[in-house]
Design a protein around this ligand. Structure first.
Ligand SMILES: CC(C)(COP(=O)(O)OP(=O)(O)OC[C@H]1O[C@@H](n2cnc3c(N)ncnc32)[C@H](O)[C@@H]1OP(=O)(O)O)[C@@H](O)C(=O)NCCC(=O)NCCS
Length: 146
């Protein structure tokens, strides 16, 4: 049994309820976790392909700790196979380099056409997560930038 002062109620809360706790403790927690002094600075970038003012493709990029992660990349169906996906990824890689990332990573179905696209753009298989998203095998792909 934990001592009385360790008994807590665990609840689901709105994200802003924990903002000040995270601000106070995140740096110490990351430094403890990685066993070196960490300045943890997360960034989200949204990249868009524009035809005049119309958005025809998007890419979401997350950057932290020298690592860039492509959250999603979507090209409008009518605009596929004309280089927009490759251009979005290229822009994401330039951003990642600018922020000193050594690597870009992403996850995609192990047997899907998106994997063919990423491999055509120079991404290599790093691992396969078995029975992962939707219980399907997921490929972790990566490109080293440096
Ligand atoms: C995957 C996706 C982003 C690719 O965008 P795109 O603009 O069509 O890709 P590009 O035209 O830049 O393709 C670059 C290369 O990738 C390969 N490629 C792209 N789509 C392919 C497909 N459906 N089948 C086989 N190869 C493909 C080709 O080698 C292509 O070069 P090529 O056309 O000169 O042969 C787009 O198909 C898409 O939005 N799919 C649905 C969403 C998705 O699966 N996103 C990925 C995970 S979040």
């Amino acid at each position: 049994m934990p001592p009385d002062d360790c008994r807590v109620e665990v609840e689901t809360v709105a994200p802003d309820r924990t903002t000040s706790f995270r601000k106070e403790h995140e740096r110490e927690a990351r430094s403890t976790e990685w066993n070196f002094p960490v300045v943890w600075h997360e960034q989200q970038h949204e990249v868009a392909a524009l035809e005049s003012v119309v958005v025809v493709g998007v890419l979401g990029l997350w950057i932290a700790a020298s690592l860039a992660h492509v959250d999603s990349i979507i090209v409008a169906p009518s605009r596929r196979r004309c280089g927009i996906g490759r251009a979005l990824l290229g822009r994401a890689e330039s951003l990642a380099k600018y922020y000193n990332c050594h690597k870009v990573t992403l996850q995609t179905p192990a047997d899907g056409v998106a994997r063919t696209f990423f491999e055509a753009c120079g991404y290599k298989l790093e691992a396969v997560l078995q029975q992962h998203t939707w219980k399907r095998d997921v490929a972790v792909l990566r490109k080293f930038l440096l």
